[in-house]
Write a protein of this length. Sequence first.
Lengths: 189, 193
Amino acid sequence: MATAVWVLGLLGVALGALLGWVAVRFRRAGAPLADAIDKVLPQTQCGQCGFPGCRPYAEAIARGDADINQCPPGGEAGIRALAELLGREPKPLSADHGVEKPKVLAVIDEAECIGCTKCIQACPVDAIVGAPKRMHTVLDAECTGCELCIAPCPVDCITMVPARAGLAGWRPSRPLPRLTALVDAARLP
Amino acid sequence: MIDLLAILLAAVFINNFVLVKFLGLCPVMGVSKQIEPAIGLALATAFVLTLAAGLSHLVWTWLLLPLGLEWLRTLAFILVIAALVQVVEAVMRQRFPVLYQVLGIYLPLITTNCAVLGVALLNTQEDHDLAGALVFGFGAAVGFGLVLVLFAGLRERLEAGDVPGPFRGAPIGLITAGLMALAFMGFTGMGAR
């Protein structure tokens, strides 16, 4: 029994060390520009830009396949941050992709909800909890207000309400997203 | 040499992993909607299966057998295979970016493929030597890839067919797989003279 523990333990340690070494030795170059752009985007994963999420949009911008004015949730401020990061001129939000709206949150009318789980599957950030035939609800802190859950709901029990202003609606922002993005950009080769 | 050929042919046709042993069914159902990803997965599987068969054979002969730890093989093989796939992925990503583009997303998927563990365990059961283990792993992967690509071709055609509502998707896929398994049973006679 003790041999078995030793063998598996040592095997695990050896393989772990090997993996660690490989991770350092064969570190991937990755796409630092796309990473920097992704940090500026609002991470609503709403798909209004025409890409499946914020990360694919960031990659498209980095490749030069997409313009910087396709993100309505980011709005003017987001476009300005992107323009600054990429050293381009800011431009107005493209009307094809939507209009800038105040931040909203999805709210499920729990008395109406039939527990069909369709909104759960639609939510790109897993902000809706619930189980089949049980009431669902939205986690305020996770909801990005992307409105993707409204269309699938068969009983139309989801409404968008303005995100609460003031102390009750305050969430710690990600630390200085613009600054970290700039620092990352400065590190580009 | 003849032995190795026999092991190879047996693994590809007579004891086909998917249709006779029913191992690795999940990727066959999951990735067989189009031919192109099916080919990618088949290639990646061939790569990983051969390597995993060789490596687990080494662990078996040099570590588990001498220490009398035969009962530990399932656990040890899973550990080794999981680490192997991670290493292969990391190395490939840096050294062979083109190959990584083709196989990349399928490599981690294969770790959870029961066919990989199946190859390692069957190797110990049938007492293959190292060459036999490698050939058996490769043959299993060729059989797996063959079925996967054939099956993807069939399913591409089924998409256009007028399948009754309740049978669309996975059910008709399983029925097709069953018919293919029947066809592959014809190879069973090849072993007997």
